[in-house]
Write a protein that binds this ligand. Structure first.
Ligand code: DGL
Length: 299
């Protein structure tokens, strides 16, 4: 296959898709890139596609190197930058880091240091800020819990962002290092998952009995929602990020018509993984809610 054909292989026949890409390049319009360490970002992409069905998206999961959650700042930054660069090479002008860990550990450096050198017209946005912006509306007790990876918790990103918007809110964080592997390895709805879910819920609620809102600060966690709800007192609201991040992206595109004009709108979806496509397609269908055909990419 020629390089473009290998890149953009989904649903449409190759020839038609290749022509579409040539057309997109001529029109200077490009898909929006969505990145995650693995499958989690698909919970965000699913909401993008439901609410912005006309837009084109390219999803890249760095499954070969997931999970990122326990990796160092340097490693998460290095991997994330490589994946962002890959999405830029595929034509994306706008990339969403649909991953809290990457948003926590790599976003700021990419925005401040790398983008000006790569191309100051391109944009990379994350998921922590949009989530933090809405939390104040959701809590009555002003005590908010966060479940996230160790990387996100240790970065302090939620505390920093929430402090900017709602300094009166108290944040209680709980790192759940087993939750991403449980999801990545398809154990999220099995009985073994119950132990780790209960364990972290108990630890978080022991930090404060006034928490009334909990943010799922990792895009993998929505798959655990049925079990999380089972073990949480019913008065506590649990917030997944898909809807919030979609609201934020739609608002961004409305405020930046120059970027919106560069986004192609042909209802095209492409999926890339750095690991096995067979495994990706099987798991991704669970996260995304429909059949997925991915293409392998080496980074
Ligand atoms: N989906 C990523 C997040 O939102 C998971 C991180 C991981 O790879 O550990 O943090």
């Amino acid at each position: 296959d020629s390089l473009p054909l290998r890149y953009f292989n989904i649903k449409a026949p190759f020839g038609a898709l290749f022509l579409y890409l040539c057309f997109a390049v001529m029109q200077k319009q490009f898909p929006i890139g969505v990145f995650d360490s693995g499958y989690g970002g698909l919970t965000i992409l699913k909401e993008f596609v439901a609410r912005m069905p006309e837009y084109d998206f390219i999803y890249l999961g760095d499954n070969a190197r997931a999970p990122y959650g326990n990796r160092s700042f340097e490693t998460v930054y290095e991997y994330t930058l490589e994946c962002v660069q890959q999405l830029f090479d595929m034509g994306c002008r706008l990339v969403i880091l649909a991953c809290n860990t990457a948003s926590a550990k790599a976003l700021r450096t990419i925005q401040q240091h790398d983008l000006p050198a790569i191309d100051s017209q391109r944009r990379v946005l994350g998921v922590i800020r949009p989530t933090s912006e809405v939390v104040g509306r959701l809590t009555a007790t002003n005590q908010v819990g966060i479940f996230a990876t160790s990387g996100t918790v240790n970065s302090g990103s939620y505390e920093i962002e929430l402090e900017k918007f709602f300094p009166h809110i108290k944040v209680f964080q709980e790192a759940c290092p087993m939750w991403v592997p449980m999801v990545e390895y398809n154990e999220f709805d099995k009985p073994g998952a119950d132990y780790f879910i209960q364990q972290h819920i108990n630890r978080l609620l022991n930090k404060s009995d006034e928490i009334d809102t909990i943010i799922l600060g990792c895009t993998h966690y929505p798959l655990l929602l049925p079990k999380i709800k089972q073990y949480l007192p019913p008065h506590i609201k649990v917030i997944a990020q898909g809807e919030i991040v979609t609201d934020s992206l739609m608002d961004y595109l409305q405020r930046h018509p120059e970027m919106d004009n560069m986004c192609s709108k042909n209802k095209s979806l492409s999926f890339f993984t750095t690991d096995s496509t067979a495994i990706f397609d099987e798991h991704a269908a669970i996260f995304f809610g429909q059949e997925v055909h991915s293409v392998h990419i080496h980074i």
